[in-house]
Design a protein around this ligand. Sequence first.
Ligand code: GLP
Length: 277
Amino acid sequence: MASFDFDLHTAATAPAVGRPRDWKWYLHPDAETMSRTVAARLADELRSKRNSLICLATGSSPQRAYELLVAHARAEPNLYDQARWLKLDEWGGLAIDDPASCEHFLRRHLLTPLAVPPERYFGWESQPTDPAAECGRVAAWLAQHGPIDVQVLGLGINGHLGFNEPTSQLQSGPHVANLSPSSLSHSMLLQSKGRVAYGLTLGMDDILRARQILLLVSGPQKAPQLRQLVTGEVSPLFPASLLRCHRAVSVYCDAAAAALIPVGVLQSSFSSSPHNG
Ligand code: GLP
């Protein structure tokens, strides 16, 4: 799908145009199979557009898919030689090499094993002297190099995407986020050596301008959130629901995460996957 102009403020009250039943849903027995499918999908995206700009979430949802993509690169190394990578968000205040930083995660699980050179990766600074200026730097880069071709997302436990936290009014563009208590208890931070002061994130509008969105949801702890995404209202109080303003969303989930979706919705929603393996 082509990118489109997107107004966050009207979107929150507009009828959903990308109804969940119009999305592609891939249900897997477990997270490992799901991750294999996602890795295969990313490789396919690169086959159809070698210099795709792929925006990367961090966290447990995409970790295994990234590892499997790296394993795949050994078999088809040339596939990755034009790919461009972008970091979705970052913990503001942590050192860039803190074991909990999103930068450290991406370098460890994807960028270093793929030997991605600096000119094909762009990411947030984690300790900018002027956070607002850092948001401007990221916005300027995205205006020049975007839109995002493939946006990889995990689903926050409170419905956040990136660090677009639940609020009555979402902020547009790259911005500094006040982190919710649930985000500050994210398991990534268990290994942190520093203190997180705020979040740095692309805005929902940046995410919604992506040509393709891949949402990864696994585990029983995400089952209530996935049900809400499917059956709930479009509201900035549940930022993931704004995905319903986008037509090209692929949801990759496992059986545990899908366990609370009503059976009728489940049967009408799930697609067979060309990437299942
Ligand atoms: C974190 C990150 C998001 C991530 C989400 C889900 O706070 N800011 O980018 O997608 O929460 O994380 P997980 O996949 O570990 O559940």
